[in-house]
Write a protein that binds this ligand. Structure first.
Ligand code: PRT
Ligand code: ZN
Length: 212
């Protein structure tokens, strides 16, 4: 039987939800510490453990047939993959935040200002739609520190509880994108692999229905 390759985040905010979903589907997998590949013993699926940023590219290129990744990363990378299912975990939002004492009357206030983010594509799209021109300063982490060290006037980062913003003296002023984990597939998946994916999706949907 054909085996499909599923790309998962190795370690991070998607890994637990992803492995938990696989296990609840009744799929048995032994994932040795540090291993980058694993196989299931009772379902035709192989797992590749990667950094989340690399997952859309691997799936687009067909190195992996399917993947589980945050919708935010998939859209930011502008990857040509198909979203086959919304998985409902790792929910968060991409938001703009400004120093809490700063007066804020609307997105126009950010015109001509600088905004630090790890999501320049999603941010630019939103600003363009709003007719706002800002200087987008791309940084890869610790975004919330940027205003307090004078690097930017505002930030655009992922938020779940809001506590990181709060701890850094920031307030959320615009929600620009809502995200959750999604299952993506390579475009034009071969028919035999599509059949395996359908079996997997059938199990996932049954779980979701049982829980709703
Ligand atoms: O090493 P690798 O590159 O694989 O992982 P990573 O560090 O790039 O990503 P990771 O594991 O942090 O996040 C993976 C995905 O989880 C993201 O792309 C989102 O789809 C999703 N997700 C859900 C989140 C959050 N919630 C989240 N809260 N990703 C990041 N955060 C961060 C946020 O950047 C901020 O620093 O958590 C902080 C805010 O959290 P609160 O609860 O204080 O608001
Ligand atoms: Zn990452």
């Amino acid at each position: 039987m054909t085996t499909i390759k599923l790309a998962l985040q190795k370690k991070g905010r998607l890994s637990e939800g992803s492995m938990d979903l696989i296990r609840r589907c009744g799929i048995k997998v032994q994932n040795g510490i540090g291993k980058l590949k694993a196989e299931a013993s009772n379902f035709p699926i192989e797992f590749l453990f990667l950094r989340d940023d690399d997952i859309p590219g691997y799936v687009q290129d067909g190195i992996a047939d399917i993947g589980i990744v945050g919708a935010n990363v998939m859209v930011e990378k502008d990857s040509h993959v198909e979203v086959v299912h919304h998985l409902g975990f790792s929910k968060c939002r991409l938001s703009i935040a400004v120093p809490k004492d700063q007066e804020y009357n609307g997105i126009q206030d950010l015109d001509g200002k600088s905004i630090a983010t790890s999501y320049p594509v999603l941010l630019k799209k939103y600003l363009d739609e709003q007719g706002v021109t800002a200087d987008i300063h791309e940084i890869s982490g610790s975004v919330e520190i940027a205003p307090s060290i004078g690097l930017a006037d505002a930030v655009c980062d992922l938020v779940s509880t809001g506590s990181t913003l709060f701890q850094n003296g920031l307030k959320e002023v615009e929600q620009i994108y809502k995200s959750e984990a999604v299952m993506v597939a390579t475009p034009d998946l071969a028919e035999d692999k599509q059949a395996v994916l359908n079996q997997l999706l059938f199990r996932i949907k049954a779980l979701q229905e049982a829980e709703s």
